[in-house]
Design a protein around this ligand. Structure first.
Ligand code: AMP
Ligand code: MG
Length: 416
């Protein structure tokens, strides 16, 4: 990767570097303080608002890892065959008697080890003969025994506050006996989509019209972040309609997100409407795609205005909206981690703006992970967002040659 160190597009309006814009945004995110208690099955995808500490050892008692025989190692004859009388049978869910010298207990996976036993021989290594069992396999103390607390110790924190709960965490919480969890209230997000050219899918397309795709992209993205959505759909390009929509969308919501209408064109009314109802900053960010971003407040409700361009909506959500919502819910980490992979492309033309290119990972001939780019990085090509699995970050004023290391953000990390 080579940097030419210049800023070819010395702008009259200062473009804000990505990190600065993101940090400024995160600093202004108001945390959602309300919490609620939900049952485990409803907790999937929610952000945990307490530390989950175990009050028990897991497993609570030493138990058998195999179907077999619990024995005392002291009874094992080091050379030759050991023969023991089978004096008890312990299925999972029952508790055995202390194991006397010279005896064995038939035991099943998950059953508690009887006092005195210190190893389990798997049944495949044993010959059973009426009340007797014999084996010649060597035995080490503790073999095939799961120790009490092997997984979790009483007092241990098993899930930290701020964790977004996945299936694994639900199982983990259940394993320590929790049936209800304290989670952050879902963020409530009002959305609408400006543009006289927009038509709902399912309707015939007239001259000059396009389908409103942003509505569905944004609904999906917000749902996957666990938001409650107030969706007002398409809003025409007039100040009156925009004002009305903004008022409705900001009532009892934490955040309003819109697409379109934030440029300086005469058909762009979001800005004017917001200036009437609240406060607004127009940020011009030194990135591609998605340079303009409108940020403000209507009362306590935050406002994020994305450009109308569908690729910019998707990228803007990944780069700004998702971290903002995570910050509101107290989710950790707020920012996705990038990992370094090899470029499977050339990027010969440096740009003064940082580019986030739609990419996916492939295996290079030597097995290393490499990122290839969608052939068109035009911000009008929504196909690229479906083809890609993530974004490659190309720093300002930098060209890339195939084989160079590049930073790759997986959508999975950006959006979950
Ligand atoms: P705007 O930011 O309103 O100037 O829109 C920029 C571009 O995005 C224009 O080509 C619009 O037609 C297009 N666009 C705006 N909103 C949407 C939408 N909801 N779905 C698909 N394309 C849109
Ligand atoms: Mg428009």
């Amino acid at each position: 990767m080579t940097s030419c160190g210049c800023d070819s597009a010395t702008p009259e309006v200062r473009l804000i570097p990505y990190e600065e814009a993101l940090q400024a945004l995160l600093d202004r995110a108001k945390p959602i303080r309300q919490q609620e208690t939900v049952g485990l099955t409803e907790a999937l995808g929610r952000v945990l608002a307490e530390d989950i500490r175990s009050s028990i050892d897991v497993p609570p008692a030493a138990n058998s890892a195999m179907d077999g025989y619990a024995i005392r190692c002291a009874d094992v004859r080091p050379d030759g065959e050991t023969r023991l009388r089978v004096t008890q049978r312990i299925p999972a869910g029952e508790v055995g008697e202390p194991l006397e010298a010279g005896s064995a207990a038939r035991i099943f996976t998950g059953a508690p080890i009887p006092p005195g036993a210190d190893a389990v021989i798997m049944q495949e290594q044993v010959c059973r003969d009426g009340d007797w069992m014999r084996f010649s396999a060597s035995v080490t103390p503790g073999q095939n025994i799961r120790a009490a607390g092997e997984d979790i110790r009483a007092g241990q924190t098993v899930i930290a506050s701020g964790t977004r709960l996945r299936a694994q965490e639900l199982g983990l919480a259940a394993s320590v006996g929790r049936d209800r969890l304290q989670v952050c209230r879902r963020p409530r997000v009002g959305i609408f989509f400006t543009g006289d050219e927009l038509v709902e899918p399912g309707q015939p397309l007239g001259d000059g019209q396009i389908y409103d795709s942003n509505r569905y992209t944004l609904n999906g993205l917000l749902q996957s972040l666990g938001c409650e959505i107030v969706d007002l759909g398409i809003v025409g390009d007039t100040l009156g309609q925009t004002l009305e929509a903004l008022q409705k969308a900001s009532a009892r919501t934490d955040l309003v997100i819109t697409s379109g209408g934030v440029s300086v064109g005469e058909e762009d009314h979001v800005r004017a409407a917001l200036e009437q109802l609240g406060e607004l900053d127009m940020w011009r960010i030194r990135i591609k795609p998605g340079k303009p971003l409108a940020f403000g407040f209507i009362g306590d409700t935050a406002f994020l205005g994305l450009p109308g361009n569908p690729v910019s909506v998707f990228a803007g959500f990944c780069l700004f909206v998702a971290p903002f919502i995570k910050q509101m819910t107290g989710m950790q980490p707020t920012r996705a981690e990038a990992f370094t992979v090899r470029a499977a492309f050339d990027w010969p033309r440096p740009d003064s703006r940082r580019e986030f290119a739609r990419a996916r990972l492939i295996r290079a001939a030597d097995g290393a992970l490499a990122a290839e780019l969608y052939p068109s990085q035009s911000s009008g090509v929504l196909m690229s967002t479906s083809w890609a699995d993530g974004l490659v970050e190309i720093p300002e004023n930098t060209s890339v040659t195939a084989g160079d290391p590049v930073r790759y953000y997986a959508f999975r990390d950006l959006l979950a």
